[in-house]
Ligand binder design. Structure first.
Ligand SMILES: [Zn+2]
Length: 168
């Protein structure tokens, strides 16, 4: 398993990426594969360990605690349906969780999936009234209109005859 594969991993050892970083930061244990070791050294510079917990350093300097799978599920639920029950969309949900100081490798995709599967979001999503395609201009046809904008003589006669016959 490579470090890059952790992002898409859904197997039971999904939390193994935390152990890999901690092993490197604490004991300088690196993968046997040279390329994987190089990637780990590069990525590990953005992580640190505080009181035995792994933290990621965000670009703004905020420390984000690295969560295991079961913790991530609780944070997702709380951030999406918690106190404010604001049911934010997937992208904003992942940003909100990062701002709250949490991180895990599949955060972004998990947030998108969570918002997509949320029952309340599906029921109360805004209804889009716009058509699915551009409107087409329709050209009205005026069967009795002549080229100069006046009704034709035959058209008027036909209408008069129609009324006359109707009253006999
Ligand atoms: Zn929702």
């Amino acid at each position: 398993m490579t470090l890059d594969q952790h992002d898409d991993d859904t197997s039971e050892d999904v939390d193994n990426w935390i152990k890999i970083y901690k092993d490197y930061l604490q004991f300088r244990i690196i993968p046997a594969n040279n390329n994987e070791a190089r990637v780990l050294r590069m990525k590990a510079s953005r992580f640190t360990i505080i009181d035995g917990e792994l933290f990621k350093k965000s670009s703004t300097g905020l420390l984000q605690r690295c969560l295991k799978r079961h913790e991530a599920g609780m944070v997702l639920r709380d951030a999406h349906e918690g106190e404010c029950e604001n049911h934010t969309n997937g992208r904003n949900l992942s940003l909100k969780i990062l701002c709250l100081g949490y991180y895990w490798t599949t955060l972004r995709q998990d947030a998108l999936d969570y918002a997509k599967k949320c029952d309340a979001c599906q029921r109360h999503a805004p209804v889009i009234h716009q058509p699915f395609e551009h409107l087409h201009m329709s050209i009205p046809s005026w069967p009795f209109m002549m080229g100069n904008g006046h009704y034709g003589k035959n058209a008027i006669n036909t209408r008069i005859v129609g009324v006359h016959v109707g009253h006999e």
